[in-house]
Ligand binder design. Structure first.
Ligand code: NAD
Length: 305
């Protein structure tokens, strides 16, 4: 299959490389010239559990050189989704599918403004990756990937099954679901309870559990977001608050992605995470003071890097 990846940072490079290793024709598209040049000159270097391998894959800065693709994967940060959606729409042409596995909420809707919703696939992944430098990434962890077609039709589900098979064939354990909103909301709730708090306080995920006051803050943010999810008709996992604390424990030594963004003076995905809860709450007439405060503090921090 011909596959294009728009946003070939840590995750885009990883998924592109795994799909290329399975024999697909993969094109990575990124605005970062050094990274694109390094991949074309030396291949993409992947470090996994101390071992390094190289994968040959096409990389371009100009997406116009790729032509139509059957599958386009959007893996930019959520702050760039609008721009990436336009590129993805062009690459998908009249019949291709566009997939987002980005964190946060709103990415699939942004893509669906450009590509008809029946051709938008959305989901989540528990794979983890880090950029080490131009042309080089670390595959930090594996886990399940879930995808579904955004318009939630029977035909859509059949399509999702076909693409899940493609991923499974590339060693990316993937399940097709009828309603991708459920796993996306469940992952969003984890990010709501961990990301902004760790980013603001410079702590690692596990340190959320150290003090009762920090645990309570995390639980309050998640409980607020669960009310918003239910207001939108999403049946989120009942014991989500405990689950978020369990994830913080299981990833105790990790610095969250938002934490890393703040450490490096980059724009964060706050608007697609806690900020999304605030906007949805406002729409539903629900108060979200904890998520509002976390969003306001991160936005203030971003402005004063
Ligand atoms: P990243 O910053 O490593 O990669 C994003 C890439 O997009 C960068 O290389 C950047 O140059 C490129 N880019 C920006 N604007 C572009 C444009 N207009 N056209 C083409 N390329 C563009 O980010 P990441 O860690 O790979 O994360 C991507 C998404 O996946 C985020 O939503 C993140 O939350 C999510 N995610 C990340 C992980 C992880 O472990 N890193 C895990 C699950 C989900």
């Amino acid at each position: 299959m011909k596959i294009a990846v728009v946003g070939a940072g840590a995750m885009g490079s990883l998924f592109g490389a795994l799909l290329a290793e399975a024999g697909n024709e993969v094109w990575l598209n990124d605005v970062w010239a050094e990274h694109v040049n390094a991949i074309n000159q030396n291949g993409l270097e992947i470090e996994r559990e101390g071992k390094v391998r190289k994968v040959k894959v096409h990389a371009v800065r100009d997406a116009g050189k790729i032509g139509d693709a059957e599958l386009v994967i959007v893996f930019v940060k959520s702050t760039q989704t609008g721009e990436a959606a336009q590129i993805a729409g062009d690459l998908a042409g009249m019949g291709g599918m566009v997939l987002t596995l980005q964190n946060g909420m709103g990415n699939a809707d942004t893509i669906a403004e450009v590509v008809e919703p029946a051709r938008v696939l959305a989901g989540t992944t528990s794979h983890g990756a880090t950029l080490l430098g131009p042309g080089s990434i670390r595959h930090a962890g594996t886990g399940p990937t879930t995808i579904g077609v955004w318009n939630r039709t029977k035909e859509g589900f059949d399509r999702a099954v076909r693409f899940a098979q493609l991923f499974n064939g590339a060693g990316i354990a993937c399940e097709a679901v009828e309603d991708a909103r459920v796993p996306i909301w469940n992952k969003l709730l984890i990010n709501v309870g961990i990301n902004a708090i760790t980013a603001l306080t410079a702590i690692k995920n596990g340190e959320i559990l150290d003090l009762e006051v920090t645990r309570n803050l995390s639980c309050a943010a998640v409980e607020e977001a669960m009310v918003v999810a239910r207001g939108r008709g999403i049946s989120v996992t009942e014991d989500m608050v405990e689950h978020v604390l369990a994830v913080a424990k299981a990833t105790a030594a990790n610095r969250s992605s938002m934490g890393q963004d703040v450490d490096n003076g980059r724009q964060t995905e706050i608007r697609a995470i806690n900020g999304f809860i605030v906007r949805e709450g406002r729409d539903l007439g629900l108060k979200t003071p904890v998520n509002w405060t976390l969003t306001a503090l991160i936005e203030t921090l971003e402005k004063h890097y």
